[in-house]
Design a protein around this ligand. Structure first.
Ligand SMILES: Nc1ncnc2c1ncn2[C@@H]1O[C@H](COP(=O)(O)OP(=O)(O)O)[C@@H](O)[C@H]1O
Ligand SMILES: [Mg+2]
Length: 296
């Protein structure tokens, strides 16, 4: 069965998208079949992996992105998936195994007047659609906006585990605390729709520090985060074995360059990437730690 993983924090700009894109690439490079679902209306992951021109084409074609699932006469989710999404400049597939469910800005409409079908909330509809393609994947990853509103709920309801990208600062700690509260509220509200076959509601399994600058002290923010995590564990509000990852990702300018090039960091060619090796190692270490993490 596919491991279904949501990346979530109540704070924006912590590196959710950068982490998920690069971890997805690491997993695919190790031979896993990966589906990355972009559930953030900002569409950063979609534009990153498709590059702007290709993304624009998909958006202008009707019914091409995740919001189409919630409109009249919806397509099948499998018809929206862009298989082996990463292409080089010549259009050759260079990362087999990484598929994308793209989004566009119209996903924000899900948060407004959308009423959906009575008794069938958006997240349930999404979960049922996703179930049809699940057997094709080892990992399904959800890139979420910094909230637990409807688009995010699709990922949270479908996920088996949640990781919280974080920066070593006080605001990230506040974001994490808010997230745990909002998750509990959502899980309570959605409990009636969680049939046994769907398994238990996803809990926070780990916190991953991202964009850690050299010469900054991460020990104090880490200790504060650990204290908060311990409180949540005692209150059974996060997973029993939730942890702060030992592996962390350094701050490196190559991440911003990779976005411009439309490539995961590990595929940015080496002559342009003098500072790439260290951070590629970081992404691999985080991927391996996530891979080994046992949920109970
Ligand atoms: N390890 C890193 N080193 C340097 N910049 C980073 C790193 N990770 C993310 N960034 C940059 O920080 C900004 C926010 O990252 P992003 O992944 O979009 O966060 P989020 O999805 O949480 O909003 C982006 O400009 C991104 O390029
Ligand atoms: Mg993002």
């Amino acid at each position: 069965m596919a491991r279904r993983i949501a990346f979530l924090n109540y704070k924006g700009g912590v590196g959710k998208t950068s982490l998920i894109v690069n971890l997805a690439a690491c997993l695919a490079q190790q031979g896993a079949k990966v589906l990355l679902c972009d559930l953030d209306t900002q569409s950063n992951a979609s534009i990153w992996l498709l590059r702007l021109e290709r993304w624009n084409k998909i958006v202008s074609a009707t019914g091409g992105t995740v919001f189409s699932l919630f409109q009249e006469n919806p397509p099948q989710l499998s018809d929206l998936i862009i298989r082996d999404v990463v292409l080089d400049r010549e259009g050759q597939k260079i990362l087999p195994g990484l598929d994308l469910l793209p989004t566009s800005f119209n996903l924000v409409e899900l948060e407004g007047d959308y009423t959906g079908q009575p008794g069938r909330p958006a997240y349930l509809m999404f979960r049922e659609e996703l179930a049809k393609v699940e057997a094709n994947y080892d990992f399904i990853l959800f890139d979420c906006p910094p909230n637990v509103l409807r688009a995010s709920q699709c990922g949270v309801f479908s996920a088996t585990e949640i990781y919280v990208p974080s920066n070593p600062d006080a605001l990230s700690l506040i974001g994490f605390t808010l997230l745990v509260e909002k998750l509990a509220t959502f899980h309570d509200a959605a409990a009636g729709f969680r049939r046994n076959s769907l398994g238990p509601a996803a809990q926070v399994q780990g916190i991953i520090f991202n964009a850690v600058k050299t010469n900054t002290d991460v020990e104090v923010p880490k200790m504060r985060m650990q204290l908060r995590l311990n409180q949540f564990k005692s209150a059974k509000r996060v997973a029993r074995n939730a942890k702060i990852f030992v592996a962390q990702v350094r701050d490196a300018t190559i991440v911003r360059r990779a976005v411009t090039l439309g490539l995961p960091v590990s595929l940015v060619s080496s002559e342009t990437a003098a500072d790439a090796q260290g951070i590629i190692g970081d992404y691999r270490a985080v991927t391996n730690e996530m891979f080994r993490h046992v949920i109970y």
